[in-house]
Design a binder for this molecule. Structure first.
Ligand code: 26V
Length: 813
């Protein structure tokens, strides 16, 4: 490790010269980035090697976090921070005439995820390493991650994400650890040596090659591993090739490698594509094969050793996407290691634990039986047997209760229900915020909760405060450290010591100055990208997240239209100037979400160009919302929009990032908003709208009449009418689908019902903001109470309550 910036500078120059055979002056920014990152990776490699060695030697239990998505963003800054090198390297580079931030910007975001679920996985990796826990990630190395979004004429355009085009400095290809995953074909059972064995024939083999990414622990020597699997083959169909049919040979290679080519860009919006099921089995099978192989080397390879695998290995499945881990571990233990069903089942269910991330009915995964049978014949046989045994047990417990058993069955209506499989095959099921976990127990999974009452718990989400506060908002981080000392970095609960300063005018002034600087930074970005000038003294009111009907960007937009109408009707009214900022991607096939984007952009066009409005309100839709853009946005927000229909947002994690950066939440009592309210108290948050209980009651018993609400509120009626009456400069039926969702299908997400409450809450926000001393105190309190939402706390709860793992302190050598 570099002790001084001089030492660093010498090493860096040498690296640049030896890597590229050129001097600093001759080097491009990209070369400077590569040389610098290579130097840092070399430092990491030492501890990585030590971590792996000591994990093997101590034989402590390891956890593997299986996830279809890891939304890592950029790693350079985060690695530097965790190594404690930000200062030394930043200063050293500066003396060499290089700006560290510019260097960091060369790195492409690793956008291997859609949104909350994938970013949570990335935060968990960071926290596991920081807590010195032996915890690793297992996922897919998508050749193309989340698409790049362009906004053209107000519409979303999707461009492929080519994040690997210049190579990826943080990965290490491990060709010698490749495994084979088998698809299709037939499985027959035969007797061999008095045992029934499964023989898989005529299958299509896909080679899975691991690429390992180091996960650096903050201020410790721990370096864990994120193992991402890539489908590769060097196999050309030689018979086609030799017959001169080159195209066919290449086609086959391409089709085999297709498995890891793209990330499905649907968040809470399922598309039941075969390729997605193939991806799921691909990484689950590859991951488990490599885990079992390592287990056998470390802990013994007899069937008796394997029957105890749960004592040394925990496997966590991030939503149901990796739920095939259950039948696949059964397969490996039975077909390859010779365990009997009961032994294999005992150890499998003790190894696996499951987190549910959504209760949206349409996002609960199910796969057609025909598809599973054809693509994964052995998986289907095992799932079928799990189902038979489970239903038999249910029959014992609930004789004659056909309806209940039908609902709980893993296979039903010609589908494999992945959530049922996940609950039955694991020892722990958790939701991601208190209200969400309660809804799972009382509503969505109530039958399962009755049958397995001890299996269900809550683990409220968190985010890594190192990336989302210390790194994203260095000015705020310095101010906090000057005020309460550096202890909060290791113990985020110490942020509570800021409470004392909430009313302190000098501290309030400093907090405000930091916010203004961050707003200026974002305003400069907006100016540069969009050529729009925003007023840094206006309220920055921000809603950034995936575009989805339940997240209700429409509610926000309709309220902006209402504000505009009121200003037009009486230009003299005294409103608090606001900049409404949106960002987020729509799933490619989600028509309504795409119209919502167009609606926001059309509003922006009308409002931003209206001289009567001037600088008082502006609407900005930032294109290509991503982890890196979020790091720029969160620190600049005054107001955090968390306005989902109560009960629909399992937790939310953006809400936590905003809070940590001193934004005040306007939100519904949904997901983790409720726990944020519980922490900060009603004086430091603005709450409105239906409660989860009220919403669930409407869903169950009916009684909501959207038309009535619309007719009873003239302001609301006007804005809804404006969607259709030619007021907006767009083709006549451009916003028909939004209008239809509100009035023709009875407003499934209660936008109209919550409109008046939302408008009143927004007035309250404006009023609070006018009292700057009051507002700054709220900002301080939000930061001070955010410690609970650090993912270090969440991960510690998983480690103790679910995985049964403890820290392993890695010595330097
Ligand atoms: C689901 C599906 C369904 C099948 C096809 C494609 C696909 C892709 C992604 C997903 C994930 C949906 C679940 C999800 O992202 N939930 C979010 O998880 C966050 C972390 O726990 C939580 O904060 C959000 O409230 C929740 O919506």
């Amino acid at each position: 490790m570099f002790k001084s910036k001089e030492e660093f500078k010498t090493a860096y120059i040498e690296r640049l010269e030896t890597l590229f055979g050129q001097s600093l002056d001759e080097s491009s920014m990209a070369d400077k980035y590569v040389a610098f990152s290579a130097l840092i990776r070399q430092l990491i490699n030492k501890s990585w090697y030590q971590s792996n060695r000591q994990y093997r030697a101590t034989k402590e239990k390891q956890v593997y976090y299986f996830s279809m998505e890891f939304l890592l963003g950029r790693l350079l800054a985060s690695n530097l921070f965790n190594l404690g090198l930000t200062e030394i390297c930043g200063q050293g580079l500066k003396e060499l005439g290089i700006n560290l931030s510019e260097l960091e910007a060369v790195e492409q975001d690793a956008g291997l995820g859609n949104g909350g679920l994938g970013r949570l996985a990335a935060c968990f990796l960071d926290s596991m390493a920081a807590l010195q826990l032996p915890g690793h990630g297992c996922g897919i190395r998508y050749r193309h991650g989340m698409f790049e979004q362009k906004i053209v004429d107000g519409y979303q355009i999707e461009l492929p994400d080519n994040w690997l085009k210049d190579g990826y400095i943080w990965e290490m290809r491990k060709a010698d650890r490749a495994v084979t995953v088998k698809f299709g074909g037939q499985v027959r059972l035969a007797e061999q040596g008095g045992r029934l064995v499964a023989i898989h024939e005529n299958y299509e083999p896909v080679v899975a090659v691991p690429y390992d990414v180091p996960v650096v622990g903050a201020n410790c020597n721990t370096v864990n591993t994120l193992r991402l699997w890539s489908a590769e083959t060097n196999h050309f169909d030689l018979s086609s090739f030799s017959k001169g049919d080159f195209l066919k040979a290449v086609e086959q290679k391409y089709s085999l490698e297709a498995t890891s080519q793209i990330l499905y860009p649907d968040d809470n919006y399922p598309e039941g594509k075969t390729l997605r099921l193939k991806q799921q089995y691909f990484f689950v099978s590859a991951g488990l094969q490599s885990i079992v192989r390592r287990y056998k080397r470390t802990h013994g390879a007899t069937p008796a050793d394997l029957a105890k695998i749960h004592e040394k290995i925990a496997i966590h499945i991030n939503d149901t996407h990796p739920a095939l881990a259950i039948p696949e571990l059964m397969r490996i233990l039975m077909d390859e290691e010779g365990l009997g069903w009961d032994e294999a089942w005992n150890t499998t269910s003790k190894t696996i634990s499951y987190t549910n991330h959504t209760i949206l009915p349409e996002a609960l995964e199910k796969w057609p039986v025909d598809l599973v049978q054809a693509l994964l014949p052995r998986m289907y046989m095992i799932i079928h047997e799990i189902n038979e045994r489970f239903c038999a047990a249910l029959w014992q417990e609930y004789p004659g209760q056909w309806e209940r058993i039908r609902e709980m069955a893993i296979i039903g209506d010609c589908y494999v229900r992945m959530a049922n499989l996940a609950v039955v095959g694991s020892h722990s099921v958790n939701g991601v915020a208190a209200v969400h976990s309660e809804i799972l127990k009382k509503e969505v999974m109530s039958n399962f909760h009755q049958y397995f009452p001890h299996r269900f718990t809550n683990k409220t989400n968190g985010v890594t405060h190192r990336r989302w506060l210390a790194k994203a908002n260095p000015k705020l981080a310095s101010l906090i450290t000057e005020t309460i000392g550096p202890g909060w970095l290791a113990h985020p609960n110490e942020l509570a010591n800021l409470r004392r300063y909430a009313q302190d005018p000098a501290f309030q002034a400093s907090i405000k100055a930091v916010k203004q600087a961050n707003k200026a930074r974002l305003a400069a970005y907006i100016k540069n990208k969009m050529a729009i000038t925003v007023d840094v003294n206006s309220i920055f009111d921000v809603q950034v997240k995936r575009i989805h009907a339940y997240k209700r960007q429409t509610l926000n937009a309709l309220h902006i239209l209402d504000l505009y109408n009121r200003l037009k009707a009486d230009p003299a009214i005294d409103i608090e100037p606001r900049t409404f900022i949106f960002g987020g991607k729509a799933a490619t096939g989600y028509y309504l979400a795409k119209r919502i984007i167009k609606f926001i952009n059309t509003l922006a066009q009308v409002i931003n160009n209206d001289p009567v409005i001037g600088a008082r309100i502006k609407v900005i839709f930032l294109e290509n919302y991503s982890v890196s853009l979020a790091e720029l946005i969160m620190p600049a927000a005054d107001v955090s929009e968390q306005i989902s229909t109560a009960s629909r947002e399992a937790s939310g994690t953006g809400n936590m990032k905003f809070m940590m950066n001193g934004a005040v939440t306007i939100g519904t009592l949904d997901g983790a908003n409720i726990e944020i309210r519980d922490e900060v108290g009603d004086d430091n948050i603005v709450i409105f709208g239906l409660t989860a209980a009220e919403v669930l009651n409407y869903y169950k018993y009916g009684g909501y009449n959207a038309l009535e609400v619309y007719q009873g509120n003239p302001r609301l009626r006007l804005v809804v009418d404006q969607l259709m009456n030619g007021f907006l400069p767009a083709s006549p039926d451009e916003f028909h689908s939004i209008h239809h969702s509100l009035l023709r299908t009875n407003d499934e997400y209660f936008v109209l019902r919550d409109f008046a409450g939302y408008a009143a809450a927004q007035e309250k926000v404006a009023c609070l903001y006018r009292d700057q001393s009051r507002w700054q105190a709220m900002a301080v309190n939000n930061i001070a109470f955010s410690g609970r939402f650090a993912s270090d706390r969440t991960v510690a709860e998983y480690a103790i309550g679910i995985w049964g793992i403890k820290p392993v302190v890695i010595r330097e050598s």
